[in-house]
Design a protein around this ligand. Structure first.
Ligand code: SAH
Length: 210
């Protein structure tokens, strides 16, 4: 269906979405709803696993290729990073950062059960500082933020390689623009808006809404 709707346009995203079992990543009581196209709560954490169409749309916009290094801010269930791992393979560095300790445990468990723990590194930290925190010379080919930011943390722009892409929801607490930033020659950044989205807020010591 996501293919008919032209949300999935590439074979690699289609293959990954068919392969990674979403029911292994949703909170246990929502297992039966794993294949509905809606976001689902991650227990009582106030966080959600994004709807499949949003996950697919973001994966397409990331233009993932094998051997890339990828950083995700906001591990949640580990579903999105498993899809990324499925597309990129285990020759690149694939890291995901989660601020909530309980969700780190939940995601690690899901990754172990599905076998993606061998590809994916999960770090318990505030991803708005980048990874490692505030070290601009550690760079990635792709960075994806899966929580809403009032402004994109500047460090993430420094941690992006040339030809790299950042995808992040930027805007207010209820609606954000899904922003795609590409780093071109001489580190020139170009920004486009893909669509409007609604993500849970990034929890951060970085400037957010009050
Ligand atoms: N990508 C996830 C869904 C993310 S929901 C999935 O596939 O399931 C957003 C996640 O971002 C939540 O788990 C939330 O705890 C996390 N988060 C919020 N602020 C964060 C921060 N500053 N650093 C890292 N993770 C953060």
């Amino acid at each position: 269906m996501l293919k008919e709707q032209k949300i999935i346009t590439s074979n690699s995203v289609e293959r990954a979405m068919l392969k990674v079992p979403r029911e292994e990543f949703v909170w246990p009581e929502y297992k039966e709803r794993a294949y509905e196209d809606s976001p689902l709560p991650l227990g009582k954490t106030g966080q959600t696993i994004s709807a499949p169409h949003m996950v697919a749309l973001m994966l397409e916009e990331m233009e993932l290729k094998s051997e890339q290094s990828v950083l995700e801010i906001g591990t949640g269930s580990g579903y999105n990073i498993s899809l990324i791992a499925e597309i990129v393979g285990n020759s690149g560095r694939i890291v995901t950062v989660e601020v909530d300790k309980n969700l780190v445990g939940f995601a690690l468990n899901n990754l172990e059960r599905t076998g993606y723990d061998s590809y994916v590194e999960v770090v318990n930290a505030d991803g708005s500082m980048g990874l490692p925190p505030n070290i601009p010379r550690q760079t990635y080919d792709r960075i994806t933020v899966t929580a809403a930011c009032s402004v994109l943390p500047v460090i993430l722009k420094s941690q992006l390689k040339e030809d790299g892409i950042i995808l992040a929801p930027v805007g207010g607490p209820f609606a954000q623009r899904l922003v795609k930033i590409r780093k071109g020659e001489q580190s020139r950044l170009t920004e486009t808006t893909i669509t409007w989205v609604s993500f849970v807020p990034l929890r951060s010591s970085y400037r957010q809404w009050n």
